[in-house]
Design a protein around this ligand. Structure first.
Ligand code: DMJ
Length: 626
């Protein structure tokens, strides 16, 4: 019941009653009654119809004791109870009458007020409800034991030379952030030359501050706390996912959900966890396909999904639907809701059941038929992070998810057999399987695999740890060569090992560098596992080249041709430059006790998520971990 308003002062009431014409009063009365009903709490709305009925209506269907079944409710005692029943009805009628009279009295009291006063009261009630709803929306999620968060420290190196290099990288981060802050704030990315916001189709037509979310954990790790707080404030006040925008499920997952979760674990600020869960809810409709393999894109408002027009036979992409696992396991862990976990485990089970040509996973899978599309396999674009997430699922589960490890080992064995070759000049490269033959071309994206092999060395089948570490080192070397053989000392998008060409781009449209991280990512992993100083040296070469050729006064830009001494800019500061490239560089010049790899696993966008020591905890509803 809405509380009766305080009685108006005598004298004033009569004057106002006179001032309000009859039609206005009638309108106000209707508004009032509707408003009062609308703003009743849900439970009381229903009570008005149940009022006291539980006294006589008992939900039961047993008629064996002489009762009469009325639509599932049993009225007891037809005989001598009839009198009692009539009395009850009378009592109810009286109660309803009394309530109505009371409501009428209250309404009359209201009518003595002016329309403005009544409307002000209704508005106050509305505001209260909106506030309540807001509170409900952002109420803290159920607490779960936080995983061991080891190694969130400064990682400051003792060596002054290394410290200086690290400071330079921090300065570059500040330059990238400050310019985005000034010219692109709230947009997804920055155009550093035009000095305005930028976005691409992966974010639809949204303005969701991708750079802010992607950069948060790098800012935190670098100790840029004021900037981190600015980002947090923007997210708290402005990051809204109810936008009519068609976004990439994969990109939103790795950049936004991964970024928010990492920011939550590092800083402990609830807002990040809440936003990550809200956003994940918006991605779930993408899984409504005949097979449960998600669409590549989903409209955040309508939940309607579809695939990229360019993908073979309406297929979803392996690297997209296969790169959700880490974030979704964390979402289930943090919320206690198995829905996320079940979605990604369903994908895994489906993949396990499928035939694989030569043991390889093709990049295309049709979500309607559950059949592979074109038989194209790649450890670079379209395939890459699927393999990465198999390994990382195992690591993130404290090595309990042995199913993932087995899938990773099987896949890597097939990749080694069919895709990895040595060039005439002795460079190990990873080619692509296309239309029944091996294309001797490697993408910049594929260079991440060096780090992956090193990370997966420990725990590998037949104890081939040394072999995989060596393979990682060979890939790092090849990718370094792809940088070293250019004019700018920055790597091209793709390079060939064919017809006398070694680690060099041939086609003009493969000569660009868009601030990508994969080569530096591999240097960092190799550094952590070997401490060979050449990885820091190579990382420093890349840092200097980026600073020299990609830095402009409005931020950092990609370049269109790494073989040209006067490069032109693409005028995009990618969000992954702040999330990944600068973070991996910073870690390369930090001590190993900053985010140690025994305790943290980096998602494919370099967002660190803690290892879940699931031996001591359970993922609710998750039989695999019970
Ligand atoms: C990043 O968004 C991620 O690393 C993704 O897995 C692939 N490539 C870009 C950066 O190159």
């Amino acid at each position: 019941m809405v509380k009766p308003p305080p009685a108006p002062a005598p004298g004033r009431e009569a004057a106002e009653a006179r001032r309000a014409p009859a039609a206005l009063r009638r309108g106000a009365f209707i508004t009032l009654c509707f408003g009062a009903f609308f703003f009743l709490p849900d439970s009381s709305k229903h009570k008005r119809f149940d009022l006291g009925l539980e006294d006589v209506l008992i939900p039961h269907v047993d008629t064996s004791k002489g009762g009469k079944n009325l639509g599932g409710f049993l009225i007891h005692g037809q005989g001598h109870d009839e009198h009692r029943h009539r009395e009850e009805e009378e009592r109810l009628r009286n109660k309803i009458r009394a309530d109505h009279e009371k409501a009428l009295e209250e309404a009359k009291e209201k009518l003595k007020k002016s329309r403005d006063e009544i409307q002000a009261e209704i508005q106050t009630e509305k505001n209260k409800v909106v506030q309540e709803l807001k509170k409900k929306d952002s109420k803290p999620l159920p607490p779960v034991p936080l995983p061991n968060l080891i190694g969130i420290n400064s990682g400051e190196p003792a060596d002054p030379d290394i410290r200086e290099k690290r400071n330079k990288i921090k300065e570059m981060m500040k330059h990238a952030w400050d310019n985005y802050r000034q010219y692109g704030w709230g947009h997804n990315e920055l155009k550093p030359i035009a000095r305005k916001g930028h976005s691409t189709n992966i974010f639809g037509n949204s303005q969701m501050g991708a750079t802010i979310v992607d950069a948060l954990d790098t800012l935190y790790i670098m100790g840029l706390h004021d900037e981190f707080r600015e980002g947090q404030e923007w997210i708290d006040k402005n990051l809204d996912f109810s936008v009519n925008s068609e976004v990439s499920v994969f990109e939103v997952n790795i950049r936004f959900i991964g970024g928010l979760l990492a920011a939550y674990y590092l800083s402990g600020q609830e807002v990040f966890k809440i936003k990550a869960v809200q956003l994940a809810g918006k991605l779930l409709p993408a899984f409504n396909t005949p097979t449960g393999i998600p669409w590549a894109m989903v409209n955040l408002k309508s939940g309607v999904g579809r695939n990229w027009g360019w993908a073979s036979a309406g297929s979803s992409i392996l690297a997209e639907f296969g790169t959700l696992h880490m974030e979704f396991v964390h979402l289930s862990y943090l919320t206690g809701d198995p829905v996320y976990y079940n979605k990604v485990m369903h994908i895994r089970k489906l993949l396990q059941k499928m035939d694989r040509p030569n043991g390889l996973y093709p990049n295309y899978l049709n979500p309607r038929t559950g059949r592979w599309g074109q038989h194209h396999t790649s450890v670079g674009g379209l395939g890459d992070s699927f393999y990465e997430y198999l390994l990382k699922a195992w690591l993130m589960s404290d090595k309990m998810d042995t199913e993932a490890r087995k899938m990773y080992d099987d896949a890597i064995e097939a990749i080694e057999k069919h895709l990895i070759r040595k060039s005439n000049g002795g460079l190990t490269f990873i080619g692509e399987w296309k239309n029944g033959h091996l294309e001797r071309k490697m993408g910049h994206l594929t260079c991440f695999a060096g780090g992956m092999f090193a990370l997966g060395a420990d725990g590998s089948r037949d104890d081939k740890a040394g072999h995989y570490l060596q393979l990682g080192a060979e890939i790092a070397h090849t990718c370094h060569e792809s940088y070293d053989r250019t004019t700018l000392k920055l790597g091209p998008e793709a390079f060939k090992f064919d017809g006398g060409v070694e680690a060099v781009a041939v086609r003009q449209n493969e000569k660009y560098y868009i601030l990508r991280p994969e080569v530096i990512e591999t240097y960092w992993y190799m550094w952590r596992f070997t401490h060979d100083p050449k990885y820091r040296q190579w990382g420093w070469e890349a840092t200097q080249a980026i600073d020299k050729y990609c830095r402009v006064s409005g931020g950092f830009s990609g370049v269109k041709d790494v073989y040209s001494s006067s490069p032109t800019y693409d005028d995009v500061q990618q969000s992954f430059f702040l999330a990944e490239t600068l973070k991996y560089l910073y870690l390369l010049f930090s001590n190993d006790d900053l985010l140690p790899l025994d305790n943290w696993v980096f998602n494919t966008e370099a967002h660190p998520l803690p290892v879940l020591h699931l031996a001591n905890t359970t993922l609710s509803g998750n039989p695999a971990y019970r």
